[in-house]
Design a protein around this ligand. Structure first.
Ligand code: DC
Length: 220
């Protein structure tokens, strides 16, 4: 199977770019952040403090997370319920960042990610795909952009959904998540040694997709 790993900080455009590139290549697109978000949503729903790693770990026996692909679009199921919308709120983003620092949570989601990659040609995006989950991926890309550019994109996305979050708040949340994601002890966000760096700060979406496809084709 052909596996493409795309890692990078929140808001670098990973999901939009990876999704478009996967479509063009005929691969499935796997958004692993959705898994951490689903685990975070379970805690939020059940009043569990997401910064309390032990408490979050204790929820895992009651959690089942599944990914299903409908017409090439990924849906995430939490205990049988499609939570694909609910996982996208700013609260769920922060909860995901917290629970993803818990080793038991990463362990819990590991086999699921590996299994999908073993059975499908895929582009998988996340934080530790090239470093930990798929160290043998044929192509590894580290996709990034300046914090301001990333916050601006996130802000526009949120506004389109009718959310009222202020830009400063979006930027502050993003910087906080960058810090959390790259400073945790287990599988912190960092480029794999053999990854290709793609900086999308000055690129349009179309140009970013082209660049990513170019890197994939070159590597293959
Ligand atoms: O990509 P995203 O914003 O949906 O990810 C949500 C959170 O999940 C992010 O703050 C870090 C975490 N995450 C992770 O630790 N490892 C991954 N492979 C994907 C996401």
């Amino acid at each position: 199977m052909i596996n493409v790993a795309i890692d990078g900080p929140a808001g670098a455009g990973k999901s939009t770019i990876a999704k478009a590139a996967a479509k063009k290549m005929g691969y499935i697109y796997v958004d692993t952040g959705a898994l951490y978000r689903a685990v975070g949503v379970y805690s939020l729903r059940n009043g569990v403090d997401t910064t309390d790693g032990e408490a979050v770990a204790k929820t895992l026996p009651s959690v089942s997370v599944e990914l299903k692909f409908q017409d090439g679009v990924q849906h995430v199921y939490l205990n049988g319920e499609d939570v694909s919308e609910e996982i996208r709120t700013p609260k769920a983003s922060m909860a995901a960042s917290h629970v993803s620092a818990v080793p038991a949570v990463r362990q819990f989601l590991f086999d699921l990610q590996r299994d999908i990659a073993a059975k499908n040609n895929c582009i998988m995006d996340g934080r530790d795909i090239g470093t930990v989950v798929l160290p043998h991926a044929q192509v590894k890309i580290f996709l990034t952009a300046s914090p301001e550019a990333r916050a601006k994109r996130r802000f526009i996305e949120l506004q389109a959904k009718g959310a009222k979050d202020a830009f400063e708040q979006v930027l502050a949340d993003l910087k906080q998540r960058d810090y959390n994601d790259s400073h945790r002890e287990v599988a912190p966000l960092k480029p794999a040694d053999d990854s290709v760096l793609v900086d999308t700060t000055a690129l349009t979406l179309e140009a970013s997709v082209e660049k990513v496809i170019e890197v994939i084709k070159e590597k293959l």
